[in-house]
Design a protein around this ligand. Sequence first.
Ligand SMILES: [Zn+2]
Ligand SMILES: [Zn+2]
Length: 259
Amino acid sequence: MSINQLLPTARHVLRLLFPRSCPSCHAEFQPGHAAACFDNVWEDDGWCRTCRLQIDAQNSDRCQSCAAVLAQPSPYSRGCASCFRQDLPFNLALSVHNYQGLLQQLVIQAKNAGDETLMSQLGRLLGQEIKKHHQTADIDLMVPIPTHWKRQFFSKGFHGPSLIAQNIEKMTGIPQSQRILRAVKPTLKQGTLSRTARLQNVRNAFVCRHPNKVAGRSVMLIDDVMTSGATLIEATRMLKQAGAKQVVVAVIARATSAD
Ligand SMILES: [Zn+2]
Ligand SMILES: [Zn+2]
C-alpha cells in the first residue's frame, strides 16, 4: 500500500478518535456520522468545505496597501479604489477576506460572545494567508493592537488581536509580543465617527514601550478588522517612530464601506 493510500486511512482513524466539527456550521467530521460531511472537511484545517469556500478569498486579486479583496485588478499603481487617496503607511497589508457575508458574521459572533475558540480558528485562517507571504514579508515580530485597560475590563479578558497573534505564532514561528505597544488613551468607539474624527480619536493612543525590540526590524501589526485603518495607521506611526524598518498589517477582515 502506498503512502498516498495510507494517508486517508490515517486521517479516518484520527477523526474517529478525535471527532471535530466545523466552527461555522458545526457539521461533524466523523466517520459513519454522515459520509458527505466527512468528505466535506477542508484539508484538515477544521472548517467544512462549504463554509471555507464562503470565507476564503482563494486566489482573488488583493490590494497590497489596504488588504481589500478586489473584484478585478486595481488600475492604480499603489492602492485600490478604497484606499488610493489615503497613502496608507503599511509596507504590505494582508487579510482573510473582506468584512462581509459569513466571515463578518463569524467575527461579530466571536467578539460579541467573547468566543476564544472561534477567534483562534479565525486567527489560523489568517495564519495560512501569512504563510503564503511570509518569505516576501520577512517578519521579525508580531504585535497585536492593544486595548486600553478600561475597555479591556468590560471584555472579561477576551482580547481578539492577542488570540489571533498567538495562533499565528504557533503556525508560523514568528514571535509575538503584547508588551511592545501600550494603549494609553481611552478612545471612543470608532464605529460612530467620521474618518477625520477617527484619526483624531486615536492620535497618541499608543506608546511603544520597547523601542529597542522594534528598531531596524520588520514588524507585523495584528488586528481583527480594519475599517478606516486609523488605529493601524497610528500604531504604525509609533512603531516607525521607534525605528521599525517596515510595518506589515494583518487583519482577519477588511471593511471598505466606511472609507
Ligand atoms: Zn461548515
Ligand atoms: Zn486598497
